[in-house]
Design a protein. Structure first.
Length: 108
């Protein structure tokens, strides 16, 4: 695969319906956690340190978080350089940029 660039940690949950969820899904959760634990995200909307991401995941498993419960864990997001081009790569790059832009806009 080659060397990748670590972008940060994404708190994700696997809830009872079997679908994965991001902490971005829940309205006000990021603001609630950010004020409670003084957490700031990086330019990608991710958490820099594993220990902080783990703290967020632990909070997301509590009833007071208003998530759907389940098991939450920090997922490491790594960017790898593309070695070859195919038709779908340009479209994938556009979608990835839109996701990053969305995170930045909503993390304020």
């Amino acid at each position: 695969m080659g060397d990748g660039t670590v972008l940060g940690w994404e708190p994700c949950g696997l809830v009872s319906d079997g679908y994965p969820e991001s902490w971005l899904y829940f309205d006000g959760l990021i603001q609630n956690i950010s004020s409670k634990y003084k957490i700031r995200t990086n330019r990608y909307g991710l958490i820099e340190e594993y220990s902080i991401a783990k703290k967020v995941c632990n909070f997301c498993m509590l009833q007071e978080s208003h998530t759907h419960g389940g098991i939450w864990a920090p997922i490491l997001v790594v960017e790898y350089p593309l070695e070859g081009k195919d038709e779908g790569e340009d479209e994938a790059a556009k979608i990835a940029k839109q996701l990053v832009d969305f995170r930045i806009k909503n993390m304020g």
